[in-house]
Design a protein around this ligand. Structure first.
Ligand SMILES: Nc1ncnc2c1ncn2[C@@H]1O[C@H](COP(=O)(O)OP(=O)(O)O)[C@@H](O)[C@H]1O
Ligand SMILES: [Mg+2]
Length: 435
């Protein structure tokens, strides 16, 4: 945005709320100081044409290039209608007019449908510092008074994610197979795809199986650069470099593919993935790590560092032994974390004697997150076509299983649901770091 008509109003345009909200933007030539907004999903519900135009202009700004901004009219009622039926993005922006009581009660209603971690910015026409403080104390991240300028909007969004004390943006989810070929990568790729599609979350998949990884094949991508470049130059690795080497699979899903060539050997050091994982975590809401079936220093280090672990196993004795060892090791490495999610895969192979998934799970002290049947036709077709199960047959029960899995590892609510009761008090779901 070069010619922004509101720019000239950027300093001292209104008080007292503007003063308050202005403090965080740092100077009069704001645009210069506003950093890029990270890879988040934003849904804005405007009420006036002016705010809509501002949001449209913001969408075109380079600082918003990575973010996904969806625009609608209709204010809070329209937001409520939308999120009754759909998961919430990282950030909701709602424009409102009218009195405080109505605003508070409609925001309360909206809060019922907000997933944990979703932030809310309110744009209103009431310039009242009491209202501002009231909303902030209730968990609204920012209150902006109309007319809102492009840089005010981008600045407010950027601020929410630039706070060094803020929780890191992303969650990291490692998929680990307890035995080679049990389908850990297949489950990882399908789970990530479902997360991106059904939950509209921005997802990056990193294929850590440098020599043999199949993420490129599975997503039908053949990028020149990927995960190896990312770990080879940790000193160069920042969000900008990461963006350059990501290959986009679809609207919300990007990939760091493995080289999957054997010209060199891959004797990575213990910390070799650390910088990559941190960089992704700082800039991507959902990071899926396809960890190869191996036990070396960096695999252990990765499992130690991630937020969630999905352990994939087939229902036989060797898998059970390895799963038991894995669970014991994780308990020791991560004593204060939840146990891994257990996915039983290739269940019901014809004529194969198998351990029942429930028995398998209870031997580990876990419950079964998903028991995916052995379906060679379906999985074979998907693999050969470079497609996901949901692309081959969206109605298939297995596609649902991947959706459920995506939901439980992401901490998000179901994509279709009715109002969820018991979410606690007013705005309890709007998270904000104070202090
Ligand atoms: N539920 C399943 N039914 C049939 N074939 C499957 C299933 N899950 C995975 N596969 C197939 O098993 C093979 C190995 O899967 P992969 O994900 O590469 O395993 P891993 O990453 O654990 O080594 C692939 O050919 C994949 O298509
Ligand atoms: Mg694999």
């Amino acid at each position: 945005m070069s010619a922004n008509p509101d720019l000239k109003n950027m300093s001292g345009y209104m008080d007292p709320i503007s003063e308050l909200s202005h403090q965080s933007y740092g100077g009069s030539d704001e645009g210069m100081h506003i950093g890029a907004v990270p890879r988040i999903t934003i849904h804005a519900f405007c009420q006036t044409d002016g705010t809509m135009r501002t949001a449209e202009a913001a969408m075109e700004d380079r600082r918003m290039a990575k973010a996904h901004l969806k625009l609608d009219m209709g204010g809070i009622p329209s937001a409520i209608e939308t999120f009754e039926q759909a998961p919430t993005p990282n950030l909701i922006v709602v424009e409102t007019s009218g009195n405080r009581e109505d605003l508070v009660s409609s925001l309360d209603h909206l809060a019922e449908y907000c997933d944990a971690g979703t932030k809310v910015i309110v744009i209103g026409d009431v310039n009242d510092v009491t209202l501002y403080r009231d909303l902030i104390s209730r968990g609204v991240s920012e209150y902006l008074v109309t007319p809102v300028s492009v840089f005010q909007l981008i600045g407010a969004i950027g601020e929410l994610y630039a706070d060094p004390d803020a929780e890191p943006l992303g969650r990291t989810i490692a998929f680990f197979g307890v035995k080679g070929g049990c389908g850990a990568s297949t489950v990882a790729h399908n789970g990530a795809w479902s997360l991106a599609r059904s939950f509209q979350a921005e997802v990056v998949v990193a294929d850590m199986d440098l020599a043999f990884g199949t993420a490129g094949l599975d997503y039908n991508q053949d990028p020149l650069q990927g995960v190896f470049e990312a770990i080879s130059a940790p000193e160069r690795l920042d969000e900008t470099y990461l963006d350059r080497i990501l290959s986009k699979c679809n609207e919300h899903l990007s990939l760091l593919a493995a080289p999957a060539t054997l010209e060199r050997t891959y004797d990575q050091g213990e910390k070799s993935f650390e910088q990559l994982i941190e960089t992704m975590r700082a800039s991507v809401p959902q990071v899926v790590l396809d960890v190869p079936h191996a036990w070396n220093a960096w695999v252990k280090q990765t499992l130690l560092s991630v937020d969630e672990i999905v352990m994939v196993a087939e229902p036989d004795l060797a898998n059970l032994r390895n799963a038991k060892n894995t669970v014991d090791m994780l308990k020791q490495l991560r004593p204060n974390d939840r146990p891994p999610h257990l996915v039983m895969n290739k269940v019901n192979v014809p004529k194969r004697p198998e351990i029942k998934p429930d028995e398998f799970a209870s031997a580990l002290g876990l419950t079964v997150q998903a028991a995916i049947p052995f379906e060679p036709q379906l999985f074979g077709t998907a693999a050969n076509n470079g497609q996901m199960i949901g692309e081959v047959d969206n109605k298939h029960a297995i596609a649902r299983m991947f959706e459920d899995l995506a939901q439980s590892v992401s901490g998000k609510a179901q994509p279709t649901r009715s109002a969820r009761p018991g979410l606690g008090g007013l705005f309890s779901k709007f998270k904000r770091k104070t202090g």
